[in-house]
Design a protein around this ligand. Structure first.
Ligand code: SAH
Length: 300
């Protein structure tokens, strides 16, 4: 906190109207100074500085952003049928046409100097980064409950593919690019195990843990832990907003929960928090929305 106080005078915050507008004492989060503009109510955040490898001040990061209470989201359940409907209706605001800036920025952290990795995309949708990583020479495996999403992935990228049943999972299919380096399992992630898909050197988890029903998080985390090799790197993107104002998904996942889900098995580092607030989030009734990137490092 003292460190933050020292930085305070050097980090003024401006609202979009240009004035220095601190309506109240700034709240200091791990990496940011956060406050609200008194003229327009804008939620202002300012990155303080990166503290690589230094994430253990969450005890003083309580309050606005790091509350561990997820409110009524705890009980919320989105069924597989509802996810299929979202795809059918084209209600897929979560899908991004551009590569995720945080994956581009932290790709080296994920790869850690290695090539030819097996990289897992849980709850993959039709994430464009799968093609990007495959083009770099990695082997990509995804799992997605919507067959429409899987087929759209291949057609969006004009990639020929073949499909085959997965003998171990009733009703499941595996769609594989003809070149063999992208395999997408069409089934529930909970049907997978390392005996079916093997283990992975890297994971890109964006729109995945945050899309899992809160009551299933423990099951999801245990499964993910069972699917990673020793020495693997797992980039996890969560979102932070006031869970009393939006029912999700994406669901708010507090830092304390990341620690309790994964902390026994890996080192956890918060790499970055970015302001991702947009009109979409304003329409949800929110006044701030952050993306939070963690590195989960599974050691030998
Ligand atoms: N990660 C993707 C998609 C995020 S939305 C991206 O970043 O764009 C979450 C996705 O998970 C949806 O496409 C939904 O159809 C899929 N999904 C939801 N529950 C699932 C489950 N149990 N198993 C596999 N996929 C699931």
């Amino acid at each position: 906190m003292e460190r933050h106080q020292n930085l305070k005078s050097r980090l003024p915050l401006y609202c979009s109207f240009g004035g220095l507008q601190l309506s109240k004492e700034p709240h200091f989060d791990d990496h940011q100074m956060i406050t609200v503009c008194c003229c327009c109510g804008t939620f202002l955040t300012k990155k303080l500085q990166a503290f690589p490898g230094d994430m253990d001040h969450s005890a003083d990061a309580s309050g606005l952003l790091e509350g561990s209470d997820i409110g009524s989201q705890k009980e919320r359940v989105v069924t597989e049928e509802e996810w299929l409907q979202k795809w059918e209706m084209g209600n897929i605001g979560f899908h991004k046409e551009q590569r995720h800036p945080l994956l581009q920025k932290y790709l080296d952290v994920l790869l850690n100097g290695r090539s030819g990795l097996r990289i897992f995309f849980p709850l993959c949708g039709k994430a464009v980064e799968m093609k990007w990583l495959a083009d770099m020479g990695h082997t990509v495996v995804g799992v997605e409950v919507s067959e429409q999403a899987v087929k759209e992935f291949f057609s969006d990228h004009s990639l020929p593919y073949c499909e085959e049943p997965v003998p171990e999972i009733s009703g499941a299919k595996m769609f594989q690019s003809t070149s063999g380096n992208i395999s997408l399992y069409c089934c529930s992630i909970y049907d997978l195990s390392s005996s079916i898909v093997g283990k992975f050197d890297g994971v890109w988890d964006r729109g995945a843990l945050v899309a899992v029903n809160p009551c299933d998080r423990q099951r999801y985390a245990s499964l993910m832990i069972s699917l990673v090799e020793k020495n693997s790197s797992y980039l996890l993107v969560t979102v932070s907003y006031d869970p009393n104002k939006h029912k999700g998904p994406p669901f708010y996942v507090p830092e304390s929960e990341i620690k309790s889900l994964f902390g026994n098995c890996c080192e956890i580092r918060c790499l970055e928090k970015v302001d991702d607030f947009s009109e979409r989030h304003r329409q949800w009734g929110l006044d701030y929305f952050l993306e939070v990137l963690y590195l989960l490092k599974f050691v030998a």
